[in-house]
Design a protein around this ligand. Structure first.
Ligand SMILES: Nc1ncnc2c1ncn2[C@@H]1O[C@H](COP(=O)(O)OP(=O)(O)O)[C@@H](O)[C@H]1O
Ligand SMILES: [Mg+2]
Length: 220
């Protein structure tokens, strides 16, 4: 269930521009980390490397002590690392359950097992505290609910490390409280969370440890 991460001297260039200048730190399992820093500090780029959306130009990413080079987000997902997108890529006309298992359909022999997917989806929706039927169309959900579905989907793929990039940007205070309660619950279940934000008050309240980046470097 646990997952230990080490960034060792990670650099990232986009063409001639270096945006990460050798970043090193560890993420211990089952903790909530706040990742802080001004726009352009390199927070999202570093987390995209961890989640398999970008590759480092040099340096090593270690997962449970093993050097990893992810060819894509599916590779990272196979290790339990999932980035929760802010621009959700749901098929709006499909149901919650269909979206959760899109491309990962459960099968029974040759047939797609809708009943099993709906039952599983209901279990994960209960885990994240979203009171919606798995048959609800995603287009009927508000943003905060879509975010819950994304988290439920990550859990259904056995996520052990969740990265949330500015998750409260579009949430009301009440929705934010609900997300924080869910984060505490996930932490109790042993999930590691990296929470990217530039709202210092929020970060201090809900995180165990804060990592600050500035101009592509660690600023601690
Ligand atoms: N795909 C890209 N191509 C070129 N430059 C990029 C790309 N993605 C990010 N950058 C640049 O890298 C720097 C760090 O960006 P980012 O990681 O998004 O920072 P943060 O998330 O801390 O705001 C910025 O200067 C940004 O313009
Ligand atoms: Mg960012």
């Amino acid at each position: 269930m646990s997952l230990a991460i080490r960034f060792d001297d990670i650099r990232k260039d986009f063409g001639p521009v270096r945006v990460l200048h050798g970043v090193s730190f560890d993420l211990a399992p089952g903790r909530i980390y706040g990742l802080l820093g001004e726009n352009g500090a390199g927070k999202s780029t570093l987390m995209k490397i961890l989640a398999g959306y970008e590759t480092a130009t040099s340096g090593t990413l270690l997962v449970d002590g093993n050097a990893q080079t992810f060819a894509g987000s599916r590779d990272a997902e196979a290790q339990g690392i999932v980035l929760i997108h802010q621009e959700f890529n749901f098929a709006e006309h499909l149901t919650i359950a269909q979206n959760m298992y899109l491309g990962h359909e459960k099968r029974r022999g040759w047939f797609v097992d809708d009943a099993a997917m709906r039952a599983d989806a209901a279990r994960y929706l209960a885990q994240v505290g979203l009171e919606k039927a798995p048959d609800t169309k995603v287009r009927e959900l508000i943003v905060a609910e879509k975010q819950m579905v994304e988290i439920a989907k990550a859990l259904s793929r056995r996520a052990r490390l969740l990265i949330m990039d500015e998750p409260t940007a579009t949430l009301t205070p009440a929705e934010t409280e609900r997300l924080f309660a869910l984060m505490a619950k996930l932490k109790a279940d042993g999930v590691t969370i990296v929470y990217i934000s530039h709202k210092l008050d929020e970060v201090e309240r809900i995180t165990d440890e804060v990592i600050v980046m500035r101009d592509g470097r660690l600023a601690r």
